[in-house]
Unconditional design. Structure first.
Length: 480
């Protein structure tokens, strides 16, 4: 490991990037050398003696350690990172304050590769397959983060790290926002992020940033990876924000002929001026990226041998729609996935669990029509585990609509039917049924309504009988 070797008998010569002599360890970690600096402090390469593990250690700058707001932000970054556990997100290990030095430090997963920005500096721009591969990995990271109410707010090539096996990982949660809790760290109408990547609404007021703001920033990153240029260039922050307000930029295919129209459309939707016109979720973006078939299975800058040994890379290759596993030594052939399908499971009336596959539209339609079991669960990949439909962003807020029943037809009396006894009596008006009633209910109401008419008819009939009896008696007696 040249300058970072850990042989105590032969210590490595000290370099200018090494930490000061008094800062040789923090907690259980040895500090080896400085990796870089950020807005809130320096990042060092560290080593855990017992576990034999390299780590990245972020140390809060001394001039910020005395300011409560920055200390709070530092620990909020650690708290947000602790919520996220995904192969495409740099893992947070531990956070604390060193007793000896009093320094606040955050221990993170060490990524043994360059940033996406370093790749741009090296190559100028990336191939379509490599660029889409990186962005699809980060879209997966955003899908996970957004499902746990974390908005990153600083997506850019500098915050995307690439492992030697070709896996892209999202880093630096320093500006992340929790959408499920109140925060006073963002002043009203304060905009922060990175000018060339954040959307217009975030530039005006960072509190308005949501998951769609991250998708916009990822779109600007994809544009930069494809063309080597940002979609909205400018000499200063104000000039860039004014261009974003107008929302007009040159399609990537105008600068790079190999960018297909389908990818131009994806970029345009990610960079839409109005958040309502963008992809509403990272899951929607992933579906379109997969359908395009443009992503390299293994990027050209990855080490093929390490890719074969990486469990996550192998899992992604195994779950792809390609009929055979691609040869890591040869460029992958573009193929289209099976489609936008979910794995569903639900209990049947017999108590057994049943599994089916359905598209997002099919599930949504059945939810609206009330034809989906209330305890149904769904998963994109079976290995990810099943969750209730209400926990998936795609199906939240879908309301069941009532299915209208047909009104029963009224039976009409044929015109040649002779009137019954008492037809000469006045006919009362029939009550109109309110809504859809069964026949027995309607009949009962008609009987109750006609009671007085039946009584009148009975009295008239009785009078006729009495009158007939009197007439018969008089005839019999000869009195008439």
């Amino acid at each position: 490991m040249d300058a970072t070797h850990l042989d105590p008998a032969n210590p490595a010569p000290r370099s200018p990037s090494e930490p000061p002599h008094e800062l040789r360890s923090l907690g259980e970690f040895r500090i080896l050398r400085r990796l870089g600096e950020g807005g809130m402090g320096s990042v060092y390469l560290g080593y855990h003696e017992e576990q034999g593990q390299q780590v990245a250690i972020k140390i809060l700058a001394e001039n910020l350690a005395s300011k409560e707001s920055f200390v709070d932000r530092f620990y909020r970054e650690a708290k947000s990172g602790a919520l996220l556990n995904h192969p495409n997100i740099v893992r947070t290990i531990i956070v604390g304050q060193d007793r000896a030095s009093g320094k606040h430090y955050l221990v993170l997963e060490f990524v043994d590769g360059p940033s996406a920005h370093a790749l741009l500096n090296q190559h100028g721009r990336l191939s379509v397959g490599d660029a889409v591969h990186i962005v699809r990995d980060i879209a997966r990271a955003l899908e996970h983060a957004h499902s746990r109410n974390v908005v990153h707010r600083d997506i850019k090539p500098d915050n995307i790290l690439i492992t030697a096996s070709g896996v892209a990982k999202l880093a630096d949660l320093g500006l992340a926002k929790r959408t499920d809790e109140a925060s006073h760290l963002t002043v009203a109408r304060q905009g922060f992020g990175t000018t060339h990547y954040m959307p217009y609404e975030q530039a005006i007021n960072a509190k308005k940033a949501d998951g769609r703001s991250d998708i916009y920033a990822l779109g600007a990153t994809l544009y930069h990876l494809l063309t080597g240029k940002v979609p909205f260039p400018g000499e200063n922050h104000l000039e860039v924000v004014e261009k974003k307000e107008r929302g007009v930029f040159a399609p990537a295919s105008n600068l790079v002929g190999e960018v297909p129209p389908e990818l131009d459309g994806i970029v345009a939707k990610m960079l839409a001026r109005d958040p309502r016109d963008r992809y509403q979720t990272a899951s929607e973006l992933i579906v379109d990226l997969d359908r395009s078939g443009l992503s390299a299975a293994v990027p050209s800058f990855a080490d093929p041998d390490l890719a074969r040994q990486d469990p996550w890379v192998q899992a992604c290759l195994a779950s792809s729609a390609q009929p055979t596993r691609p040869d890591l030594e040869t460029p992958p052939q573009a193929s289209r996935p099976a489609g936008d399908f979910w794995h569903l499971r639900f209990p049947g009336r017999d108590g057994r669990w049943y599994k089916v596959r359905a598209s997002t539209k099919q599930i949504a339609d059945r939810l609206r029509d009330g034809r989906m079991p209330p305890d149904a669960q769904a998963s994109r990949q079976v290995r990810d585990g099943f969750r209730p439909l209400a926990e998936h962003i795609e199906f939240r807020g879908i309301k069941c609509r009532r299915v209208k029943r047909k009104k029963p037809k009224r039976t009409k009396v044929a015109p040649d039917v002779k009137p019954a006894l008492g037809a000469g009596l006045p006919t009362p008006p029939l009550p109109i049924a309110n809504g859809q009633k069964d026949r027995s209910t309607v009949a009962a109401k008609l009987i109750l309504a006609d009671r007085r008419w039946l009584v009148a008819a009975g009295a008239a009939a009785a009078a006729l009988v009495i009158a007939a009896a009197i007439v018969a008696y008089l005839l019999f007696q000869g009195g008439i």
